[in-house]
Write a protein that binds this ligand. Sequence first.
Ligand SMILES: [Zn+2]
Length: 177
Amino acid sequence: MSDPLGDFAAAIALDPVADEAPREGEPGGPSCHYCQVSDTEALWANPHWRALPRHWSPLPGGVLLVSTAHVDTLAQLPPERQAEFGPIAAAIETAIMALGAAARVHLYRWGDGRAHFHVHFIGRPAGRPQFAGRNLPFFEDRLPHPDDDELAGTATALAHHLAAATCPTSPADEKAP
Ligand SMILES: [Zn+2]
């Protein structure tokens, strides 16, 4: 019987199957960076979520949405947080599109590096269909980095758009004075 996966492995030299190494924030792994982040680093925050600038990326206007709770997956968050995720994601998408440089907004959720729930929001540059789909993360590693002033200006504009958005607050927040 033929073995399509075996043929594929031979063609691209797959590494042997190995044990998964502990990720950051898992027992046996390094301490969790996202548990050390503060609201002062965020473009927008509420008591349960932080929208952080993807300042390490050469693609301006990217956002990383991170839960304040140290949980691995969306499924591990309580239903109230899960319900907030959609409206916050919509607000981030709207804010990135309002910058005027993206054709659409990609969302990536990998979780291979850190065991703390986070989702990447990246504007796919308008007029660059070469970057479409799964090509964008590969090009991201190869693009020249803009200067810090440009990234800071974009982050300021994003924060402005997010502040104007109708991001949800939790029921506890709505009761607060
Ligand atoms: Zn964490």
